[in-house]
Design a protein around this ligand. Structure first.
Ligand SMILES: [Zn+2]
Length: 103
């Protein structure tokens, strides 16, 4: 991927591309400083991603993005949630340890 002067913007574009793929509709996508989490999803449909996600591996970025977007459909990490997550991010299990920051 080309480097961009607006990396946070690129991250938001990735979220939108995944949202189309997953057929979910986030209302707001924010990229901001987060200390304890990589991402969060509010009941109102706001997806927030940690700005330092930009320094992480792209596959991990995808893992966090898909994880948060799936929360728009499933509030909890249930069977369907996990099935969809592993369908879209097949090596997602590799990132489970890294993603401890997330909930
Ligand atoms: Zn989660």
């Amino acid at each position: 991927m080309k480097s961009s002067p607006y990396p946070a913007q690129d991250l938001r574009c990735r979220v939108l591309a995944w949202a189309v793929k997953l057929k979910v509709n986030p209302r707001v996508i924010r990229v901001q400083k987060m200390r304890r989490k990589w991402g969060s999803c509010s009941a109102a449909g706001t997806i927030t991603l940690a700005v330092d996600l930009l320094d992480q591996d792209e596959r991990f970025q995808d893992y966090v993005i898909v994880h948060e977007l799936l929360h728009l459909r499933y509030a909890h990490h249930g069977r369907l949630f996990k099935a969809l997550l592993s369908a879209h991010v097949p090596d997602g299990w590799r990132w489970e340890n890294v993603s401890q920051r997330e909930e």
